[in-house]
Design a protein around this ligand. Structure first.
Ligand code: UD1
Length: 367
């Protein structure tokens, strides 16, 4: 048996729940003589306790071996900073594989730095596409997949996207969803947030809202119309709104928000998913949350024109409303009338994706 060193890259909040179960699966195999070793690299794209540290603690992710500490910046500044620092690390000590997850800036930056040094790249959550080039994440997905060696996918649609772009079948591993591994393994640990009683929340009688996409939150006018529409259409029910740091900046200029919107800080993983699980519905512009609501069977309304996760709409509980605030009323009327679809869970979102990934990695690395 030859041991192989894998760099596991994590940079921003939605990465952390995706890497946690992969690390656990590698360690479990190592304990029984498995050949993979890993080096955990945090790029520092997200750095607050609320956006990063809390997730490590709650999900039992080991301390990173290296922190590239890139911090905030424009898209190019972050990309350049991460590439420069990761390249330096690889030149000091090469790894056998760079494993990237999701679609954040750190994903693309590390894939480029690795592949240019002829270190092979594996991409978890490969092949998903929104078709919307105004989203930085879509550029990150396309660039990453164009230089990936092994593709781990969450859906048949992703497989088809990859095949259409010329990726051979033997490089595609349809394994399921590591984010759902994390959700299922933590379902019994979900925690009521400390403000539950104080805000008078009751299961099934409040909404959860998250918004952080530049198209929705960067311009004060658009954002304030959206908030007003949410306030008007939720019929006075409580709306818990954990505010992302990007959103907080615009919120300062917006002034008053509707009375039933309850602003809270970004929530740790266990508290956030507790809120989602017991919500009447979720209104969001996130991608990952639409997967979690699908698995938990919670109605979800997405304020975007497109999604890279169509199975959450065709199979799950999600609906794409677009970004016109007028779309909220008819959707909420249907929800209040008890007419929201029930949905089903997409294939292989079963809690065992990370084990399948580790098995495939051992095989492709010839370990
Ligand atoms: C990033 C990801 C997005 C993901 C989101 C989840 C990219 C292109 N986008 O977007 O896919 O859905 O994270 O959170 O990678 N900030 C803090 N504290 C932090 C981190 C960021 O205050 O710990 C501030 C930054 O200074 C910046 C803003 O939040 O002003 C946005 O952060 P950034 O990493 O640029 O992108 P996100 O919008 O978070």
């Amino acid at each position: 048996m030859t041991t192989k060193l894998i760099d596991i890259i994590a940079g921003a909040r939605p990465n952390f729940m995706k890497i946690a179960p992969i690390i656990r699966a590698i360690k479990a195999r190592e304990a029984t003589g498995g050949p993979l070793r890993y080096r955990l690299i945090h790029t520092g794209q997200h750095y607050d306790a609320k956006m990063s540290g809390d997730f490590f603690t709650q999900l039992g992710i080991p301390q990173p071996d290296v922190n590239l500490e890139v911090g905030s910046g424009t898209q190019a500044e972050q990309t350049g900073g991460i590439m420069t620092r990761y390249e330096k690390l690889l030149l000091e000590k090469r790894s056998d594989l760079c494993l990237v997850v999701g679609d954040v800036t750190s994903t693309m930056a590390c894939a480029i730095a690795a592949q240019k040094l002829c270190v092979k790249v594996a991409h978890v959550e490969a092949g998903i596409r929104s078709g919307d080039w105004t989203m930085p994440e879509e550029i990150n997905r396309m660039v990453t997949d164009s230089i990936t060696n092994w593709f781990f996918t969450t859906s048949e649609v992703a497989n088809e996207n990859l095949r259409r772009s010329g990726v051979p079948d033997k490089a595609i591993f349809f394994v399921g969803n590591t984010m759902i591994d994390t959700l299922l393994s933590n379902m019994e640990r979900l925690k009521q947030p400390p403000f539950w009683g104080e805000l008078g929340l009751e299961a099934g009688k409040y909404f959860v809202v998250t918004l952080h996409r530049p198209a929705n939150v960067d311009a004060g006018d658009t954002f304030s119309q959206l908030l007003k529409a949410i306030g008007d259409t939720t019929r006075g029910e409580k709306v818990v709104f954990p505010v992302h740091p990007r959103t907080a900046k615009t919120l300062r200029d917006v002034g008053a928000v509707p009375n039933n919107l309850l602003l809270v800080e970004p929530q740790p993983y266990l508290e956030f998913n507790y809120l989602v699980k017991h919500a009447k519905a979720v209104i969001t512009d996130s991608g990952g949350i639409t997967e979690e609501t699908t698995v938990m069977g919670v109605p979800c309304m997405t304020l975007r024109n497109s999604t890279e996760r169509p199975e959450t709409v065709t199979m799950g509980t999600n609906e794409l409303l677009g970004i016109d605030p007028k779309a909220l009323k008819p959707a909420l009327d249907r929800l209040f009338a008890g007419q929201w679809k029930r949905g089903s869970i997409p294939p292989l979102w079963d809690g065992h994706t990370s084990e399948r990934i580790v098995k495939a990695l051992e095989s492709v690395l010839g370990a």
